[in-house]
Design a protein around this ligand. Structure first.
Ligand code: PLP
Length: 390
């Protein structure tokens, strides 16, 4: 079998599209002005920022003024959650989220708890689904903000945003609804206004754009207390000189993903199903974590091999130039057991033996065939080694 390098850690980050790299280089070379400068160089940069804002607004079906550029998903989540909660504190001090969220959401909630807010953390069922009825029951007259992720980065569970927002808004239209859409933007059409969403976070490096750039959709009429103080950029909501090449790279990557979305999503689902059937046929004791079939995101597969360690599997696959992750690499370095897998209540053995395999629009059928064969042989070898141990 011809040797290949197969990158299957796209939940952590994706390879930038070549068109994105080229466009960013062009802007760095030719349009390096500061968008706030009054001369021609400044206006050229400003035009790039404006047209990129328009591109994102078109994809969201929103107004240009509702797009705020940030440094990525972590900042967008911090800004939306802390900013809205602090700004509207007089309306109430109760917040709702789930136990499945990214640390940038969970730690924003913890920060707000330290400031005197009260928080409810909803638990998912065994597939990672949050029952909208539980949200209805958690709402109180003091609830000011609900923050729920769209697609979970570790197990690919998808929350029903329209149902959740209608429950929240029926109870009280003044409660704000924030969505972490970092893992779903680019893969699914997302119209925040139609879905009743007030704030929504995205991050370019998850959809073949550059790292360190993201955006927050903030519905017209919703205000927040900024995290930074400084210049007046982004209407003072997020001051700091705009990263023009990265903003343009993000807008181009978003446009390319939306153009390719329909065909590519079908392909990703095919890749996921192919790997599942190949692995489970050879290793029937493998356990699939999270939702199955159409219920789950097409690009995230979380699978446990009881008796083995996820980290050992990861490094054994790396020897064959196949790159996956254990749990989540978004807050990596940490060897702690995944809070998401714990929240869905899998056994300790499955918790230890979990790997996340995540696909992107740039993976190919040939890569998946290669990865399936290598994963199967690596697992067989590790099991033999394990059994031979005294
Ligand atoms: C669901 C989710 N939210 C937020 C983030 C943070 O985004 P960023 O890496 O752009 O800070 C990530 C990944 O890192 C993620 O998967």
């Amino acid at each position: 079998m011809e040797k290949m390098e197969v990158y299957l850690d796209n939940g952590a980050t994706t390879r930038p599209y070549p068109e994105v790299i080229k466009e960013m280089q062009r802007i760095m070379e030719e349009k390096y002005g500061n968008a706030s400068s009054l001369h021609r160089f400044g206006s050229k940069a400003e035009r790039i920022i404006s047209s990129s804002r328009r591109t994102l607004a078109e994809l969201f079906g929103s107004k240009d003024s509702e797009i705020i550029f940030t440094s990525g998903g972590t900042e967008s989540n911090n800004l939306a959650i802390q900013g809205i909660a602090r700004r509207y504190r007089r309306r109430g001090n109760h917040l709702i989220t789930t136990a499945l969220e990214h640390p940038s959401v969970l730690q924003s909630f913890q920060q707000l708890e330290e400031e005197g807010f009260e928080a409810t953390y909803l638990l998912p069922d065994s597939t990672g689904a949050i029952d909208p009825q539980k949200i209805a029951e958690a709402l109180t007259p003091h609830t000011v903000l609900v923050s729920i992720m769209h697609v979970n980065n570790e197990i690919g569970s998808i929350q029903p945003l329209a149902r959740i927002s209608s429950i929240i808004k029926k109870q009280n239209p003044g409660i704000f609804f924030h969505v972490d859409a970092v893992q779903s933007f680019g893969k699914f059409p997302l119209h925040p206004e139609e879905l009743g969403i007030d704030a929504l976070s995205i991050s370019a490096h998850k959809f073949h754009g550059p790292k360190g750039i993201g955006a927050l959709y903030l519905k017209e009429g919703v205000f927040l207390k900024p995290l930074f103080q400084g210049g007046g950029q982004e209407k003072g909501i997020r001051p700091g000189t705009e990263n023009t090449p990265a903003v343009a790279g993000m807008a181009l990557a978003a446009r390319l993903c939306f153009d390719r979305q329909k065909d590519k999503i079908k392909q990703l689902r095919g890749f996921k199903e192919k790997l599942i059937s190949s692995i489970t046929a050879e290793h029937p004791q493998a356990n699939l974590n999270g939702p199955q079939g159409e219920e789950g995101a097409p690009h995230i597969l979380n699978i446990s091999f009881p008796g083995l360690k996820g980290e050992v599997i990861l490094h054994a696959l790396e020897e064959h130039s196949i790159y996956v992750s254990t749990g989540s690499a978004c807050h990596s370095g940490s060897q702690d057991p995944s809070h998401v897998l714990q929240a869905i209540g899998i056994s300790d053995e499955c918790l230890e033996g979990a790997v996340r395999i995540s696909f992107s629009f740039l993976n190919t059928e040939k890569e998946i065939d290669y990865a399936a064969a290598k994963i199967n042989s690596v697992i067989s070898d590790l099991k033999k080694f394990q059994e031979a141990r005294p």
